[in-house]
Design a protein around this ligand. Structure first.
Ligand code: SF4
Length: 354
């Protein structure tokens, strides 16, 4: 394992500051919620628009996406759904790189987001100029970047991957004798390196949500719930992954809750995923894995501060104003779409997406 980079302290502090300042959506009365939903449904119909929502946004947005013919999915399925949709407008409820990916794959559609301010600590941790310099220092490596990156960073890569297909793609590259530059999530990178044995240089980004899961506290919680299975997303620290019964992407974790015979699960990923887990397995008990010390404050508390910026209020507003639009320069698009299309073609070949 080779770690050759370290995030500058100023960048790290800026990311923490932005996470703490991200404004969560407003608290609404049942009457306000019902009125907003009804208005949004009418606007979606009038504008031939579809909602493309991530598992980590609030349950109301996920439910609305399902009720109106949109989709609730991980970033790979979101991109794939948007590209196949015949809507004129895609409204991506998630974070900015998801909107950009939708636009890269659907250049002829208008792509809106409830707020363009919803970013991601992984995206922020990989500035394009610094990453380009790093690649230039290692010209004999294949560049593999996680979906959680800007279009500029994707344009520098050979492959884009998601947590759902990363192991498959990296195993494929290893079989061809490739050495890899991996960015930006260090925990996911180390897990993939360990699982595949590939020769990998790992960028030092991290997710502000998953990085806070604590192994010591998780062990204590598991002792209190000895029957529970522990489900962990691989953006979590290595010592948390080591305690898992199941490690995998959001889709793998949802499937584990649905198919395993156990009744109780401790879940180490954003608790927005509980909406879908409870939908597929309503009789099972889900427990949020501990973040930070249970006696101390955490900055994310198992819910992404930027996903939480998506709300019914700004969703309705963007459908009215169409002002939060993702725009990508055509020349940048041409380069950035290539690693995504490579990923999608491989994923289709392997039966990982429909
Ligand atoms: S949960 Fe983590 S990886 Fe996902 S969008 Fe939020 S900061 Fe990024």
């Amino acid at each position: 394992m080779t770690d050759t980079t370290r995030l500058p302290q100023a960048l790290q502090q800026r990311i923490e500051q932005l996470a703490q300042q991200a404004p969560a959506g407003p608290i609404l009365s049942p009457e306000q919620t019902a009125a907003l939903k009804s208005d949004i449904k009418a606007l979606l119909k009038e504008k031939n628009a579809q909602l493309v929502a991530h598992y980590y946004v609030d349950a109301e947005l996920q439910a609305l996406a399902e009720e109106t013919g949109g989709v609730v999915a991980d970033s790979l399925e979101m991109a794939n759904f948007g590209a196949k949709s015949d809507a004129d407008i895609l409204v991506v409820c998630g974070v900015r790189f998801m909107g950009e990916t939708a636009k890269l794959l659907s250049p002829g559609k208008k792509v809106l987001m409830p707020t363009l301010e919803a970013t991601c600590s992984l995206d922020l941790s990989c500035p394009p100029d610094a990453f380009r310099a790093f690649i230039d220092e290692h010209p004999d490596h294949t560049v593999v970047v996680y979906a959680n990156t800007s279009a500029e960073v994707k344009a520098l890569a050979d492959w884009t991957v998601t947590s759902g297909n990363a192991l498959h793609i990296v195993r494929h590259l290893k079989a061809q004798g490739e050495r890899i530059i991996w960015a930006p999530d260090r925990h996911l990178g180390h897990w993939i390196e360990k699982e595949t044995g590939v020769d990998m240089l790992v960028w030092q980004g991290h997710c502000v949500v998953h990085d806070e899961f604590m192994a010591y506290e998780l062990e204590k919680l598991r002792a209190e719930h000895p029957e529970a299975k522990v489900l962990v997303h691989p953006e979590s620290p290595e010592n948390v992954i080591a305690l898992a019964d199941v490690v995998g992407s959001t889709r793998v974790l949802i499937e584990a809750v649905r198919t395993l015979p156990d009744r109780q699960f401790i879940v180490a990923t954003d608790y927005g995923i509980f909406y879908k887990m409870q939908q597929v397995a309503p009789d099972k008990e889900l427990i949020v894995a501990p973040t930070s010390s249970r006696e101390r404050q955490c900055s994310s508390c198992a819910h992404c501060p930027w996903m939480a910026m998506n709300s019914l209020v700004n969703l309705k507003r963007v459908l009215e104003t169409e002002d939060q639009e993702i725009v990508i320069d055509p020349e940048l698009r041409e380069r950035a779409v290539q690693p995504i299309e490579r990923m999608l073609a491989f994923s289709r070949e392997q039966g990982l997406v429909k």
